[in-house]
Design a protein around this ligand. Structure first.
Ligand SMILES: *Cc1c(COP(=O)(O)O)cnc(C)c1O
Length: 377
């Protein structure tokens, strides 16, 4: 929090708008839509709720298939199960770590031949890196399948000068506590389809028919954002640009200090994109060094530095053990490989230089010690 959030919270209290709806919600929606260049935005209680609404609007139901990136947080795919539909997971490609156009193409062709195309494709932009949208959208457009962009981690990222989350039919953002801006918990659905967004507002507020006697014809949800939290979001949105700059600087600092070390490959930035560097992530290549991901994570932990492995791919999760999976190439499971070698470093927008130095020193020390030992053996 910056401290300035209090101002809008106070406004909510002063006007006694303590409800899921209200002037802060309306303003937050408009300000976010304007910021990213979407026609409409609907503020909801979480990013997961926004994905669920998107699938609901696309009429995803029991027996349907939905394609989804595998290398992501479980929330990207859980709403597929909420709808009783079947997830099919798509591998990453090595450059962006995001959905592989090769794997998507193969999955789509097979589904077409089997006569069961997916109802939607959920494309995730991992750690703020945009997926290869031109290639992916070309495939989805060819088969006329709508795209939901899971931009929970990529708010502020641009792809060919358009904001991540505004290239598909629907985009979703998250304001969970760990994201680049936060309302403690919250999310946003964006789209240029104004009818669909009106329907989203209806479904997110218990799908109450326009009658005074609480009549309901379809299944709805209690997914609207509270007017207090939307106040927090309005201030946070004003901080987004400077946070992107701060996170890009943190990445640049890590890269400058660590990229020369043997086996370390930082997630590169896709051409014609500007990523928000939500998290600085790299892989440690086992062919170039004997230092493993778990050795590095342990060394950081010993110094009380919180780092994380990358998300465990969803096709490897017990929850999804029966789901179909399409690899980038035969015998080449990119998501699994990144999972076994990838590390996310502390990347908070307020991380000080001396805190970054602690991380850098620890990694340098660990790698040089282990590499030297290896050479002696
Ligand atoms: C955080 C996150 C979500 C879910 O957002 P919530 O607001 O926590 O529900 C979905 N997808 C990805 C990739 C995320 O990182």
């Amino acid at each position: 929090m910056s401290g300035r959030e209090q101002e809008y919270i106070q406004k909510a209290f002063d006007s006694n708008w303590i409800a899921p709806l209200g002037p802060n919600v309306d303003a937050f929606e408009k300000e976010l839509a304007d910021h990213v260049g979407a026609k409409q935005a609907v503020a909801v209680s979480s990013g997961t709720a926004a994905i669920h609404l998107a699938l609901s609007l696309l009429d995803v139901k029991q027996g349907d298939k939905v394609f989804c990136s595998s290398l992501t947080f479980v929330a990207s795919a859980n709403p597929i199960l909420y709808q009783g539909a079947e997830p099919v997971f798509i591998d990453s490609e090595p450059e962006t770590w995001n959905m592989s156009p090769l794997a998507l193409e193969r999955a789509m062709r097979e589904a077409y031949l089997e006569g069961q195309l997916p109802k939607a494709v959920i494309i995730v932009h991992l750690y703020g890196q945009s997926a290869k949208m031109d290639e992916l959208l070309a495939i989805c457009n060819q088969y006329e399948i709508p795209v939901v962009e899971d931009a929970a981690e990529s708010l502020g990222t641009t792809y060919k000068e358009r904001f991540s989350g505004t290239l598909g039919k629907f985009g979703i953002y998250s304001f969970n506590g760990n994201k680049i801006i936060t309302t403690s918990g919250g999310g946003m659905l964006v789209s240029d389809d104004e009818n669909a967004m009106e329907r989203a507002r209806f479904l997110a507020a218990q799908a109450r028919d326009p009658a005074p006697h609480y009549q309901h014809s379809v299944l709805g949800y209690n997914y609207r954002m509270s007017n207090i939290l939307a106040g927090v979001g309005r201030t946070q949105l004003q901080l987004l640009d400077e946070r992107v700059i701060a996170r890009r600087q943190i990445f640049e600092n890590y890269r400058r200090e660590l990229a020369y070390l043997p086996g370390i490959d930082f997630m590169t930035e896709l051409e014609e994109t500007r990523m928000n560097r939500w998290l600085t992530a790299f892989t440690i290549n086992p062919h170039q060094t004997e230092v493993s991901q778990s050795q590095l994570l342990t060394a950081l932990l010993m110094e009380n530095i919180e780092a994380r492995p990358v998300w465990k791919p969803l096709h490897l999760q017990p929850l999804f053990q029966n789901a179909k999976y399409y690899r980038h190439k035969d015998g080449f499971d990119v998501a699994k490989q990144i999972f076994g070698t990838g590390i996310c470093l502390p990347s908070g927008s307020n991380l000080t230089e001396s805190e970054q130095d602690r991380v850098i020193t620890c990694l340098k020390k660990t790698i040089s010690k282990l590499v030297r030992k290896e050479e002696i053996i």
